[in-house]
Design a protein around this ligand. Structure first.
Ligand SMILES: Nc1nc2c(c(=O)[nH]1)N[C@H]1C(S)=C(S)[C@@H](COP(=O)(O)O)O[C@H]1N2
Ligand SMILES: [Mo]
Length: 214
């Protein structure tokens, strides 16, 4: 059982480096977790919408989306079901870049962002969260386009930049099969947030469920 040993060694190292949040275990696999079926995507009709409290609402086709400025990032991801995966490599688009370069112009009243996914899955965060470096709109994982299970063709990824702790949230705050971003003045709990998960989802404070503290 080399895998077991590799896993335990990794977990020990991550703990020593202060990268293992409380109550989490390291995994070397990449579990798949979601509610409902995996959608089939036709890139010819796929679009991405930016709407709500923005100076001008946007709609990008797949081709247009792929012309946006791109970034690569390495993140530790922490699932609320207690697995953590370290040094995951993502490529895609940073919302902060889109804002800096004027592709998205949030209005001053915009305080929250709701990620809208296929089959009406949503997840919500404060606007600052999606504007930080630990959040990315990803098209690629580990050098390959996302697999259908992990969110093809586009997903939000909520992770932790290795060694740089911040406002870090559990992995469910990244919506798979992402189709749009809604900017809002008021917060609007998403799918898991309405079904017992904690609205803030801070991984270092173990904000797993809405009944587990603040
Ligand atoms: N559209 C959609 N996105 C989703 C979910 C979902 O049910 N639907 N589940 C979330 C949860 S609870 C987790 S832990 C991660 C899992 O991502 P993975 O399957 O790539 O590991 O996706 C998140 N994004
Ligand atoms: Mo999850």
């Amino acid at each position: 059982m080399f895998d077991q040993r590799e896993r335990r060694d990794l977990e020990k190292r991550m703990k020593e480096q202060d990268r293992l949040p409380p109550g989490q275990s390291a995994t070397i696999k990449f579990p798949v977790l979601h509610y409902g079926p995996v959608p089939k995507t036709d890139l010819a009709t796929w679009d991405f919408r930016v709407f709500g409290l923005v100076a001008d609402e946007r709609r990008w086709t797949w081709e247009e989306f792929n012309q946006l400025p791109r970034t690569q990032i390495i993140l530790d991801i922490h699932c609320v079901t207690r697995w953590s995966k370290f040094n995951t490599v993502w490529e895609g688009v940073a919302i902060s870049t889109l804002v800096k370069e004027g592709f998205i112009r949030p209005r001053p009243e915009a305080k929250f962002v709701v990620q809208h996914c296929e089959y009406n899955y949503t997840t919500n965060t404060p606007i600052e969260f999606v504007l930080q470096d630990g959040f990315i709109l990803a098209t690629h994982y580990d050098g390959q386009p996302l697999s259908p299970d992990h969110g093809y063709p586009l997903r939000g990824v909520a992770g932790v930049i290795p060694g740089r702790r911040g406002d870090d949230k559990y992995f469910w705050k990244g919506g798979k099969w992402l189709r749009g971003l809604e900017f809002r003045a008021d917060d609007k709990p998403g799918f898991w947030e309405r079904n017992g998960y904690h609205n803030q989802a801070d991984v270092w404070r173990e904000q797993r469920h809405s009944w587990s503290g603040f």
